[in-house]
Write a protein that binds this ligand. Structure first.
Ligand code: GUN
Length: 296
């Protein structure tokens, strides 16, 4: 079998056209959705994510404001900018690009963001509401994965989803979203991580396998069952002297071998990545709408 390619770029494009219609409607009502972006340090990957997010904002009619701080910025400076965005009525969503150069500050910074502007869905209030099945901003990468599955006709109800990776950004929230009793959940979920002994014992049982480990070739063909749907969240920069940039992007899945066994697979790039950005736009517009309705 050669797998159907789940084209996140094309699904994103469709969703962004729908989102553009929403921002047009909002701006006719006098509200331009606004996203405040804080980038600390000059990590090249973070810089390129932030640039892609700002470009996408422009594409759908969201105003974006960027602030940069040097890698050695202190907590007062970082929290000062978060506070500025919290108090700015033109800003409906706040994004502090992670990881921060000093990762020990991340929890404090995440908690400082006003939950009603937490379009990353990282604040404990939104995580807690999500766990309870209440209205919440959902973290963008897991939410994007649910939309890829839904729009590709891959049922989650009753499926066994096996997730590899327990990060706060992907694995943990995704495990919860997939177990929710709604039209994008209702799956049985296994969450694997670095202490999982025999990883392939679990992945081979997955109707849906989601690789979010941050390591190339974490999932190879012998680790998936025939006909599984495979979602690759990995974005690994590996050195490549033949590439003009000096590196190329690789997912966590051995794409060429796994595509021969799976029924559906996301490519890297062009799979989950564009959807993460699209869900950020989605949340920012949702926040602007709530602001307009006085419902935040
Ligand atoms: N770093 C990697 N993914 C993300 C994300 O979704 N949001 C933020 N703020 N930082 C990230």
């Amino acid at each position: 079998m050669s797998a159907r390619i789940l084209d996140g770029k094309s699904i994103s494009q469709d969703m962004r056209e729908e989102l553009k219609e929403q921002t047009d409607q909002l701006s006719r009502q006098g509200v331009v959705p606004g996203l405040g972006v804080l980038l600390v340090g000059d990590d090249p990957a973070s810089r390129s994510y932030v640039t892609a997010k700002e470009k996408a904002c422009e594409q759908v009619g969201i105003h974006s404001d960027e602030k940069r701080l040097p890698a050695d910025a202190g907590r007062e400076q970082i929290l000062g900018i978060v506070e500025e965005y919290n108090n700015d009525d033109r800003i409906h969503g706040i994004l502090v690009q992670l990881p921060l150069p000093d990762s020990s500050m991340e929890a404090e910074v995440i908690i400082a963001v006003d939950p009603s502007k937490d379009v990353d869905g990282f604040h404990p209030v939104n995580i807690g509401r999500m766990l309870m099945g209440e209205d919440a901003f959902l973290s963008c990468t897991p939410h994007g994965i649910l939309h890829i599955l839904k729009r590709s006709g891959i049922a989650t109800k009753g499926a066994h989803a096996v997730i590899v990776g327990r990060s706060n950004i992907v694995g943990r929230p995704l495990a919860n979203m997939l177990t929710q009793k709604n039209d994008m959940g209702n799956a049985t979920v296994t969450l694997c991580h670095t202490a999982t002994g025999d990883l392939s014992y679990f992945t081979k049982q997955g109707d849906i396998v989601i690789a979010a480990a941050g390591r190339p070739n974490t999932i190879t063909a012998d680790m998936v069952k025939d006909g599984a749907a495979v979602i690759d969240v990995g974005v690994n920069r590996v050195e490549d002297a033949d590439s003009a940039k000096g590196y190329r992007l690789m997912g966590d899945v051995d794409f060429e071998s796994v595509r021969e066994k799976a029924s559906a697979i996301t490519p890297v790039p062009g799979g989950v990545g564009p959807m993460t950005i699209t869900m950020l736009l989605y949340n920012t517009i949702l926040s602007a709408r709530k602001f307009m309705d006085g419902n935040r």
